[in-house]
Every structure is written in structure tokens, then in C-alpha cells.
Design a protein. Structure first.
Length: 340
């Protein structure tokens, strides 16, 4: 882009939206041009936080048609990501769409098709790639601190009892918890271990009985280089939220999450038959939207590829959808990735 400062609109008003809005305000190359939500009771409090930006209370198409908008951040229910993303791409706006990219592969492929057709820019907000603890874990693994990967695992345990979403938007059959929330853990493992080729998963429904989908899923994956993997997703777990993840290598192990001030590194000790734990300090930033906005804006202004491309977003959804399919068939499923 030829501009030095981008006018950015944020679509949807929620606590996650606020983090994105604050991220825009902190970025000297971005301007919070406007915010939007169709529910006045959700939008009104944000007027006080961000009094200088344009506010639309009708619907997002006001920003679609506004020539002053350069880019948008879509923080809305997953079910309408396709509709909004394609509308903005066709209007020539760059898009940062919150995870998951969509809830099925058909919608992901349509978003990719429109992005290509319009020569637009679409980034998917997989926030774990901006989480300090996970970034450090990946650095240690890439540096060979634990040797070659052997087994990787991540868990997304999040009690949705009080997180049903505005007007219960999360409580719908098409939004399986593994796709809507578990995509965090899947994307994290993909980012570090590569794209799995096969999944075998089991699920049950014993906690969130008024929800239309299974509430607990455990999935086993085949990753490249003969690496095994596991993802646990529970949207009804009776514990504090966690994304505890462990990476086992031939020479050590990394244990990390997104809510602790350090990660643990185990490395071999010369001449001993045990490993030594080392606490590696990291910042706590569970939803680092500021870093996500920084990556988005920097790539746009430099004319570079999106840090988390539509292909990356779609591949994560492909793994999640294959996992849900396996829970229904009771059989292993070969993961079919979309063509870029």
C-alpha cells in the first residue's frame, strides 16, 4: 500500500474486539477509524472507550461502502465470517479475520477463491502464534534444544458454561467446540510440528447436555517425520482455562502454556541418566492482539504476504473438520487439505 497510516475498522464489539481496538490504537502506523455492532447495548459502552472513531449501528456494510476504510478486523460469530470477509475483499479492503477462518471447508475455499479473484489480502487470527510462551517454545525447538520431535500434545480446556456468546451464538450444531475453540491447539501443533496426515478421534457428551455437540474430544494425529501428536478439547472442563502443551524430543522436553510467567525446558545432562529442568521466563499475554495487529499492519504496508495466510487458516480448519468426522465414524480419517 502507498499509505503510511492505515484506517482500520473493527467489526463486532466484545472483549476480544476491545483487545484488537487497543492494538490498533497502540500502532503508530494504524488509525482506529471506526467500530460497528448491530446490538446497541454492546456498542454503546465502546463509544466511551473510543470516542474519536466513527460508529456505525446499522450493519457492517456501512464500512464496506466507506472508501476511507483500508482494512478491517472481523471479530464476529464464526458463522458469518464468510459473508463479511468476502464482502470486504470485493470492496478492496484488507481483512484480518478472527479464528476459526470458517466452520467448514466449503466456506474456507470460497474465502480463498475470492481473495485470489480480487487480489486481496486475508489474514487469519490464530492468536497462539503471537503468544510469548508458545513463541519461545518454538524458538527452543527450532534451535534444536530438545533434538528431534517425537511426540507433541496440546489441550484446550475451557468451560463454556458462562461463555455461550451473545444470543448463544456458540450453541449451534454447526459450531462444534473442536472447530471453534480447539482450532487453537490444532494450529499451535501445526505451526510447530507441521501438517498431520491422519487423525483418529473419540468424543463424548457428558457435561454440556444442553449443547448440540460433543463437549469432550481426544484426537491422535500422524505428523510428518514420524512424529505422533494428541489434542484434547473440553468445552465443559471443571478447571481453570488452560492450553497446556508439551513437546517431547530426542534430547529434551518443553512444557508450556499461555497463562504462566515461564515455560519449562528439560535438557540432557552430560554423563547422567536424567534431565535437568530449566525455567525460562516469558511474558504473560494470553490474547496478544497487539502483536497480531502489528504483524497485519506491517505486512500490508510493506506489501508482504500475510503472516498467517488464508491457506494456513484453511489448513487448520481442515484438520479440525477431519477430527470431527472421525468422532462420528469411529475410524481414522485421512486429512484432505484444500488447494491454495
Amino acid at each position: 500500500m502507498s499509505k503510511n497510516i492505515l484506517n482500520i475498522a473493527v467489526i463486532g464489539c466484545s472483549e476480544m474486539s476491545k483487545l484488537h481496538m487497543q492494538g490498533v490504537l497502540k500502532n503508530e502506523k494504524a488509525y482506529l477509524y471506526g467500530i460497528c455492532d448491530i446490538a446497541p447495548e454492546r456498542l454503546d459502552p465502546f463509544r466511551e472507550f473510543f470516542p474519536d472513531c466513527k460508529v456505525y449501528t446499522n450493519d457492517y456494510t456501512d464500512f464496506v461502502n466507506d472508501p476511507e476504510v483500508d482494512a478491517v478486523v472481523i471479530v464476529t460469530p464464526d458463522q458469518i465470517h464468510l459473508e463479511m470477509t468476502t464482502a470486504f475483499l470485493r470492496a478492496g479492503k484488507a481483512v484480518l479475520c478472527e479464528k476459526p477462518m470458517a466452520l467448514n471447508m466449503e466456506e474456507c475455499q470460497e474465502m480463498m477463491r475470492v481473495e485470489k479473484e480480487t487480489e486481496g489480502k486475508l489474514m487469519v487470527g490464530q492468536i497462539c502464534r503471537c503468544t510469548p510462551g508458545f513463541i519461545k517454545a518454538k524458538e527452543l525447538i527450532d534451535e534444536g534444544k530438545i533434538g528431534e520431535l517425537v511426540f507433541v500434545e496440546s489441550e484446550y480446556a475451557h468451560n463454556y458454561n458462562n461463555a455461550r456468546g451473545y444470543n448463544d451464538w456458540r450453541v449451534v450444531p454447526e459450531r462444534h467446540g473442536f472447530i471453534g475453540g480447539g482450532c487453537h491447539a490444532v494450529d499451535l501443533l501445526r505451526w510447530i510440528a507441521g501438517d498431520p496426515t491422519e487423525v483418529y478421534a473419540h468424543a463424548n457428551h457428558k457435561i454440556m447436555l444442553d449443547w448440540p455437540t460433543d463437549d469432550t474430544v481426544i484426537a491422535i494425529y500422524k505428523f510428518p517425520n514420524n512424529v505422533s501428536g494428541k489434542v484434547l478439547v473440553s468445552i465443559g472442563s471443571k478447571r481453570n482455562y488452560t492450553m497446556r502443551s508439551v513437546f517431547y524430543g530426542t534430547k529434551g522436553t518443553v512444557i508450556c502454556d499461555n497463562t504462566s510467567p515461564s515455560i519449562t525446558l528439560f535438557t540432557e545432562v552430560d554423563g547422567a541418566d536424567f534431565t535437568s529442568p530449566i525455567d525460562v521466563p516469558v511474558d504473560i499475554n494470553n490474547h496478544n492482539a497487539t502483536a497480531e495487529i502489528e504483524a497485519f499492519v506491517s505486512a500490508l504496508l510493506a506489501g508482504e504476504k500475510m503472516p498467517v495466510s488464508s491457506k494456513e487458516g484453511a489448513y487448520t480448519v481442515a484438520v479440525c473438520c477431519s477430527t470431527v468426522e472421525s468422532t462420528k465414524t469411529g475410524k481414522p480419517v485421512e486429512i484432505a487439505y484444500p488447494k491454495a
